[in-house]
Design a protein around this ligand. Sequence first.
Ligand code: HEM
Length: 413
Amino acid sequence: MSRAKIQPQSMSQPTDIQTRLASGSTTSALQSKDSCSLAKDVKVGRPFKTQLRVALCSCVLGVIVVMLGAYVRLSDAGLGCPDWPGCYGQLTVPSVEQEILEANASYPQRPLEVDKAWKEMIHRYLAGFLGLFIVSLSLLAWKFRQLPGQPRLLPALLLLVVAFQGMLGMWTVTLLVKPLIVTIHLLGGLATVTLLWLLSLRLISVSMVFRSLIPHFVEKPVPTQKIKGLFAAILLGVFILVLQIFLGGWTSTNYAAIGCTEFPTCNNGVWWPEMDFSEGFVLWRGLGINYEYGVLDYPARTAIHVTHRIGALVTAVYLTLLGLRLLRSDLPVAVRRVTLLLLGLLMLQLGLGITNVLAKLPLSVAVAHNGGALLLLLTLTTLMWQLWPYVSGKTVFQQAKARSNPVGSNSGE
Ligand code: HEM
């Protein structure tokens, strides 16, 4: 297949593949794989390839930003720069003596700690780059909006989420690491990467359909009640996992990791120690409080910690049963592989959580525990994506056709 540079066609003219989409002859053309039609398919697929590259790069950058965010938070550098978006009023961390003196004079209650300030600023720079990547994805989606199969909703949603993330980043600092804000910021980061991953998957399938590389997407899948039930079960799994991630974020942002120091018992061999659930789960305590290192009494922190453990038990049981159900189904081998990955990641995540407790929260383990939560979420999302054609009864290609029919003729189905 020629890799020569081919210019995309004008969006106002129906492309060859759009015409064939409308006439319903595309599937057979793709299946016949004649070299001429494939060359034209690649021509149309090219804009998707460009977007796919940007989406995948954004995804990798997103993972780095989320994990770096965890590193900054867990190394107590979240307030390394007490203002936003600059650091002590500057674009970079003050470095010369005069600047440091001025910084300390402006924020006497928070003298500059250069290493913490750099951690915070590097996180902000990378998050800024990620924002630019997402803006360019939205611009590309707008440019190619008339192509059948062009994702439009996901880029728009990403733009909204990343803008909101920017605001949450600012409030994290200005509201002095308020647990609710920081936890939502953590969830927003995971949501950003998940949406980027979904966009990448969608672009992979669309551009591959154009090259007829995924036969099972060209053949029409038959939806069954059983697969619909499995899809709903995965959706419930995502919901449970997100709740558990919220509890993890709540544990971390309230400095409740110390709430229990043993496993499986909590403290001094006791399973159910003194706990204050009503204090532990007050979501909003007003403004002007500095939450760094936590404000809760020990029983409230223990209540949060124990709730996260119970959440882990529920999540583990549910995801294991879901995994076994998926493995017993007669879905394609790719679904089984992703299911096995899910079960493996679940074990790893439980192991990291327990190590957090037993080894007294080593930073590397705590950051890896954050990454584990993200990978679990991405794996569940991948399973949903894999099952979606069987639920909707349409291949990605047919969905594209239904959504965009620029030459407006008969469907041919
Ligand atoms: C499916 C299971 C689990 C998930 C999805 C999960 C998720 C999370 C998340 C997202 C965080 C916040 C990390 C951050 O601040 O960046 C967290 C924190 C934490 N998790 Fe889990 N967790 C799970 C199981 C466990 C288990 C079994 C334990 C221990 C028995 C545990 C102990 C902890 C502790 C101690 C923290 C606080 C870490 C800190 O303050 O740095 N987790 N968890």
